[in-house]
Design a protein around this ligand. Structure first.
Ligand code: NDP
Length: 674
């Protein structure tokens, strides 16, 4: 049955009019879907996103948006079998689709959880520390991120129609920007259904998500300075879009993730018996066959110490000979099809070009042994090439072949290996199989600048390792140069691509209100009731308890030293302490100061403060000598609701001496009843 795919435009499912593009099964060449975006009003879609979706999303806090992401991920998981069924026609095995569908939902879950944990229950992000500009502290600076008022246009690749969409959608929605998704037409039947599942949850605000199946028409002509384009695909298309006059003129943010000729290296410390050798061989074959090599991070170039070249070749060949190619519906199949015949023709044409300088040592470019339909299915034999002179070769370092193709090459020493890896001119991923930390450091220093992600795999981490080719939601995905210069994911870093960083300058009073944090220099309300008597909701920022002072005696110091076992010379040995360039005589323990500070500000009876769960940013600024005294100012600095019943309170604690000099400062965290 042929599905007529629909667009989701201005909160309605609409069929395109006019010419339709066929989406063809990778397995048997049947037309499985028809896509058309004809008749869509692209300017109106952008306007709807900006004027309806954006304001609705920006009215929610990060935590509310994170809850939406969780609901979307749950819906994908609940209805995953519908997506698996559709994915079969893209040539993907169940394992390939697991990466796409459940990996996609997992990525959304992860972004949602990190959003709730790492972002405030607010709409702006504070970036870095307060900068004191004036001497008196009345004029200060603070960086913040606020959400862009435009729309995000996500143009996705064909290889992971669900994951590729969700890894971009999650950070954008969390940032509060509405999204228009344009999936690759070749696998749009899967992406369209995933969008349908998400829309049917009912959790997205109107205008929050729209979908274009087919060409984007004149969308780019209507982009503006608040919009973001995030693109995954070929370098040729990326360059075309990036140089679009409107994108250039309006300085539209453009995140590109494109061709990448990734490398993997067997370390110089490995030999044929070391565990890293076996791990390397296994990974090369895995990267060639998962998703039939149609992965932006797949290993295209494998480098080994020259003396191990023959042995490595033999081991890889042995493993490749066991690969079963065919229709993923057949349980014995271990590698599916390419996405379509035209993609296969592209792979074959490029493989022929590679064969002009590299020797084909496994597989056949033009014929394939398959359990599927060898004529109408887009099956491709894995192709292992070898080149013994990688410095003379050119094509292998410059041409991305998006299929089950890899070239094995030797290197002479570590410097040679990393220079060869860097010949990819900017890649998404480099893996090094080495058990030597010194080798690892040399690769980071020599190759870090050319790679977005570097995976060092050895016997210690192999069991838990996610391998060479898996981008992870908490780590950045992207790379310099040929790989596009973009960056996706990386935890909350990705959210900031959809926000503007601004430097704020002003008085502590006004900036405190902006960032919803009491900042040093902002007004403080002197406590009448003890702050620990106040519930989360009653506590106002800036509410400050100023304590009595307490003198620290030599007896206190000695008692504390013997009680805790901390008899460090600075506290116990007058002669040694006097000789110290820092202390100039015996001083109180820093922990004694902290303990006495708590004794000064704590209100002991049960009440709204449920627990003290940590200190942050602790600094001992000035030593306190026996006979000196300390006092504390405890100020409510920031609040963050953690559940309907509890909220975290961050207190600024300033400990001063008898001369009002700061001796210790830190943030105290308590959990308070709402
Ligand atoms: P394309 O660059 O052709 O397509 C990528 C996306 O861009 C698709 O959604 C495509 O839509 C869209 N697109 C194409 N032209 C335009 C345009 N003028 N305006 C707006 N959108 C456009 O890449 P393919 O997916 O066809 O793959 C081709 C090659 O790209 C692969 O063989 C591989 O070498 C490389 N590639 C690299 C990836 C990576 O992550 N590094 C991922 C995928 C591919 P439509 O499908 O409708 O044409």
């Amino acid at each position: 049955m042929t599905i007529r795919l629909q667009n989701y435009s201005v909160d309605a499912w609409v069929s395109g009019v006019g010419a339709e593009q066929p989406v063809v099964s990778a397995i048997n060449g049947e037309v499985v879907a028809l896509a058309s975006s004809g008749g869509l009003d692209f300017a109106a879609m952008l306007e709807h996103a900006r004027s309806v979706g954006g304001p609705a999303l920006r009215a929610m806090t990060f935590h509310q948006r994170a809850n939406i992401l969780k609901a979307l991920a749950q819906a994908i998981i609940e209805r995953k079998e519908e997506l698996y069924a559709l994915s079969v026609t893209t040539g993907a095995t169940r394992g390939d689709s697991w990466i796409d569908i459940e990996g996609g939902a997992g990525t959304l879950f992860s972004i949602s959880a990190k959003g709730r944990r790492e972002l405030p229950d607010d709409v702006l992000i504070v970036d870095g520390e307060l900068e004191q500009i004036g001497k008196e502290g009345t004029f200060v600076g603070q960086h913040v991120y606020t959400t862009l008022h435009g729309a995000a246009l996500h143009i996705n690749a064909f290889n992971f129609p669900v994951w590729g969409m969700l890894e971009k959608l999650g950070p954008a929605l969390l940032a509060g920007i509405p999204v228009i998704v344009k999936p690759a037409t070749a696998t749009a039947q899967v992406a369209e259904h995933a969008v349908r599942i998400m829309i049917e949850t009912g959790v997205l605000p109107r205008g929050g998500l729209q979908l274009i199946v087919g060409p984007v028409g004149d969308t780019l002509d209507h982009l503006g300075c608040q919009d973001v384009v995030s693109f995954t695909g070929s370098a040729a298309t990326a360059v075309k879009l990036q140089t679009h006059p409107v994108i250039a003129r309006e300085a539209v943010r453009f995140i590109a993730e494109r061709d990448s000729i990734n490398a993997s290296i067997l370390g110089p410390d490995a030999d044929a018996d070391s565990p890293e050798f076996g791990l390397f061989v296994k990974e090369i074959v895995r990267e060639m066959t998962v998703k039939a090599g149609q992965k932006c991070t797949a290993i295209r170039r494998a480098f080994v110490p020259r003396g191990l070249l023959d042995r490595t070749q033999q081991e890889i060949e042995d493993r490749l000979s066991k690969v079963v190619i065919g229709d993923p519906a057949n349980d014995t199949v271990t590698m599916g099809a390419l996405v379509g015949i035209s993609q296969r023709e592209d792979v074959r044409a490029k493989a022929r070009e590679l064969a002009t300088e590299c020797k084909l040592i496994f597989g056949s470019i033009d014929t394939v042994e398959t359990l599927g339909d060898a004529v109408l299915g887009a099956y491709q034999s894995p192709l292992l090439f070898r080149n013994d002179d990688p410095w003379t070769a050119k094509v292998v370092h410059d041409l991305e072949i998006f299929g089950p193709v890899c070239t094995l090459m030797p290197y002479d020493d570590p410097g040679d290996a990393l220079a060869l890896a860097n010949r990819g001119n900017g890649s998404l991923a480099l893996s090094v199989f080495s058990h030597s930390p010194d080798v690892v450091r040399a690769f980071v220093l020599g190759s870090g600048a050319f790679h977005g992600r570097l995976a060092f795999i050895d016997r210690d981490c192999a069991k838990e390792s996610t391998g060479h080719g898996s981008p992870l939601p908490m780590l950045i995905h992207g790379g310099p140069g040929r790989a596009g210069g973009g960056e996706e994911m990386g935890g909350m870093r990705a959210v900031k691509h959809y926000m503007q960083r601004s430097a704020l300058q002003g008085s502590p009073r006004s900036l405190s209100t902006v960032v919803r944090q009491w900042l040093p220099g902002a007004p403080q309300t002197e406590a009448i009731a003890h702050p620990f008597r106040k519930r989360f909701g009653e506590l106002e920022l800036g509410y400050t308890l100023k304590t009595e002072s307490r003198t620290i005696t030599l007896d206190d110091v000695e008692h504390f030293a013997h009680f805790t076992g901390d008899t460090f010379y600075a506290h116990m040995d007058e002669v040694a302490a006097a000789a110290s360039p820092i202390f100039g005589g015996r001083v109180a323990h820093g922990y004694l100061i902290l303990s006495f500070a708590a004794g000064l500000f704590v209100d002991p009876a049960p009440g709204p403060v449920l627990a003290n769960f940590g200190l942050e940013n602790l600094r001992f600024i000035k030593p306190v000598k026996p006979g000196e005294s300390i006092k504390v100012a405890l100020t409510a600095k920031a609040k963050s609701l953690r559940s309907p019943k509890m909220g975290e309170v961050r207190w600024s604690v300033a400990v001063t001496n008898q001369d009002n000099e700061l001796v210790a400062a830190y943030d105290l965290l308590t959990m308070n009843a709402v």
